[in-house]
Design a protein around this ligand. Structure first.
Ligand code: TYM
Length: 347
């Protein structure tokens, strides 16, 4: 991380966001949240429950409130420390929406037309999608740049959105002739768990929106459910090979090896060294044991947090205050750069 920061005048600051729309799954955990926990040891970190992003598609209001608290509980249960990290929900800090509007004036239609996630999420009936779903990556840029964050831990599916954030930062700096006003945020993507795939289909990413619950391991699953899902995961009849190259055309096998590697904190090559020649009948129970050991305790810890809603709300209130204190002067400077007259004293 420090190589990048050395080139920039901006102090290292980590920002990432997760949508409160259904349970977190193993992909979110290995691709993002576990990394959040590691980064808080040495860096200033902000972790955001992006509720404004969630409402770009319909959310039942009561269920949304519950999901915001559940995701906060999941963050805490995974090991985020509310004293070290700033944990908050996006809608409580108005700088996100305000900077988002300014960035709407900077971002180009042609840039957004290239975003593949909009195409996937809008499906066939694009005319019926909300404007906000289309504009989603611009708000994401505002999330990051409202704090002049320099590093963004995410899974691979967010890479294109991060590129757009960089483009917006650069165009703003160029248009207003304020070189280096906004940093160029760097994605932090871990090779081994950048893209955890569905347990039912190795060509599809593990996702909250997959209709089959068997396709993913939820962080709320108990030990039995986890073991059962791994036992039933789609595989092929071949034993495990001794090189990664030999897994190239075996997406399901490759995915299970990758999950094992990420959970054990070793490389996929090391997994193959240990398990080459093993049939899935032997490999799956080893993977199930490892997954139960690492993931099952999270559900219990989450339940414990959810029994104390005032404690969760206090974490979000404190996080929002601290986030606002960082974003507010950045937003004030941004308005000044743009030439928007401010005559009223604001905090
Ligand atoms: P979201 O809520 O879809 O996912 C949260 C994080 O989990 C990662 N992820 C995965 N990683 C590996 N394998 C998978 N199968 C997998 N599925 C999800 C995602 O890459 C993400 O890091 N647009 C973002 C939320 C967001 C954001 C931000 C992120 C809003 N503003 C600013 C970073 C910075 C999203 O929808 O993530």
């Amino acid at each position: 991380m420090s190589d990048v920061a050395a080139k920039s005048t901006h102090p290292e600051r980590v920002f990432s966001g997760v949508q409160p729309s259904g349970n977190l799954h193993l992909g979110n955990y290995l691709g993002a949240v576990r990394e959040f926990v590691r980064l808080q040891e040495k860096h200033e970190c902000l972790y955001c429950v992006v509720d404004l992003h969630a409402i770009t598609v319909w959310q039942d209001p009561k269920a949304l409130t519950q999901s915001i608290r559940e995701l906060t509980a999941a963050f805490l249960a995974c090991g985020l420390d509310a004293k070290r990290s700033i944990i908050f929900n996006q809608s409580q800090v108005s700088a996100h929406a305000e900077l988002g509007w300014i960035f709407n004036c900077v971002a180009r239609l042609g840039w957004l037309n290239r975003m593949t996630q909009f195409k996937e999420k809008a499906g066939k009936d694009k005319e019926a999608a909300s404007i906000a779903l289309y504009d989603y990556p611009v708000l994401q840029a505002a999330d990051i740049l409202a704090y002049k964050a320099t590093h963004v831990p995410v899974g691979e599916d967010q890479k294109q959105h991060l590129e757009l954030s960089r483009d917006i930062a650069q165009k703003f700096n160029n248009d207003f002739k304020v070189p280096d006003f906004f940093p160029q945020p760097e994605p932090l993507i871990r090779d081994d768990a950048a893209r955890v795939m569905s347990l039912r289909d190795g060509s599809k990413k593990m996702s909250k929106s997959d209709p089959s619950d068997q396709s993913r391991i939820n962080l709320t699953d108990d030990a039995d459910a986890i073991a059962k899902k791994i036992r039933k995961a789609k595989t092929d009849p071949e034993p495990l090979p001794d090189t990664l190259k030999a897994l190239e055309h075996r997406p399901e096998a490759r995915n299970l090896v990758g999950i094992y590697a990420a959970l054990a904190d070793i490389t996929s090559e090391q997994v193959l060294q240990e398990h080459a020649g093993a049939q899935f009948g032997a490999f799956k129970p080893a993977l199930a044991d490892l997954c139960v050991e690492k993931i099952a305790p999270i559900a219990g810890e989450m339940r414990r947090w959810l029994e104390d809603i005032p404690a969760i709300d206090a974490v979000l209130a404190d996080g929002a205050e601290r986030a606002h204190a960082i974003a507010s002067p950045i937003l004030r400077d941004t308005y000044e750069v743009v030439g928007l007259l401010r005559t009223r004293a604001i905090s």
